[in-house]
Design a binder for this molecule. Structure first.
Ligand code: GUN
Length: 298
């Protein structure tokens, strides 16, 4: 085994977008229209604005329609729910994504619950979370964990019987990631901020998925030699140069790189996969709405 390999999520995401583009061409030929993705952005959070812009660009690049709905941070809960209901009823829209986090006065859960589960390309609705939990293949699955699973299967092939440790228990990453790994017949542990002796829990893993949101919290010495590591963290920290900042993951990569079988870099690992999977989910949702078979190999 060659150790110390970086897993190139950027290249994998580009290949995936290429396959999605082919799937979109096929969809247009059969359905006579393009798949459509609606993104709702409330307020002016700079990071969210950047994400939404990249999502719109990537959507158009694979041949889909992108609809953006920007609303002021002062929008009421009722108005936002009304917008989601309009999108539920809009035949051009196959996927609805409400960018999170929402301003404090808005109730994320109530807004997500309003989205038609068949258009819930984020996979956040309880119907999709439930389908994933019971192994229903019609589930729309959250983009980041599904992207992580694709990278793992590309690296390792069959995951059956492997020890997987997921660090983080969010509804967006940790819990769906654990469900996906269980679906691949891994032995799954979910660790979190209250886990005792996290170092030894991480040390038994063949697969480590770090999604805690704490800069370089997972130390290199905790990771078993030959393990495969997926780093979901995106943490902004001060850079060496005065007044500058940089992005680091949840894993101390420099300490781990020499003895892992593979590790995703930050940036350039999981990040590019998330948007590619969002496009994949939109095409899958559009195909299901049109009664077409889901595109193969996605
Ligand atoms: N904010 C950060 N990541 C995401 C995501 O994947 N979906 C949504 N809706 N909001 C986000």
């Amino acid at each position: 085994m060659t150790l110390g390999k970086t897993i190139d999520g950027k290249a994998f995401a580009a290949k995936l977008r290429g396959r999605i583009g082919e799937g979109v061409t096929d969809f247009v030929a059969k359905a006579g229209r393009k798949p459509g993705l609606a993104v709702v952005l409330v307020g002016e959070d700079p990071a969210s604005s950047v994400y939404v812009r990249s999502k719109g660009k990537a959507t158009v690049e694979v041949g889909m329609e992108s609809y953006e709905f920007k609303r002021p941070a002062t929008i009421s809960q009722e108005e936002l729910i009304e917008l989601v209901e309009e999108l539920n009823g809009d035949p051009r829209v196959d996927g609805i994504l409400v960018q999170l986090p929402l301003p404090k006065h808005l109730d994320d859960a109530a807004v997500i619950a309003t989205i038609n589960p068949a258009k819930d390309v984020d996979g956040f609705h309880v119907v999709n979370a439930g389908k994933l939990a019971v192994g229903d293949p019609s589930a729309l699955v959250p983009c980041t964990p599904l992207g992580c699973l694709m990278l793992l299967k590309d690296e390792l092939g069959d995951l059956s019987g492997k020890e997987a440790v997921v660090i983080g228990r969010s509804n967006i990453v940790g819990k769906p990631m654990a469900a996906l790994l269980l679906g691949e017949s891994c032995t799954v542990t979910i660790a979190h901020s209250r886990t005792q002796d996290l170092a030894s829990v991480v040390h038994r893993a063949d697969i480590v998925v770090a999604a805690v949101g704490r800069p370089e919290m997972i130390k290199g010495s905790w990771i078993k030699p030959g393990a495969t590591v997926i780093d979901v963290g995106i943490n902004r920290v001060p850079a060496e140069e005065e007044g500058k900042s940089k992005i680091v993951g949840d894993v101390a990569t420099a300490e781990a790189i020499s003895h892992v079988a593979g590790i995703t870099p930050v940036p350039g690992g999981v990040g590019p996969m998330t948007i590619a999977v969002l496009l994949r989910n939109t095409l899958v949702a559009a195909s299901a709405r049109e009664g077409l078979t889901a595109p193969a190999g996605l």
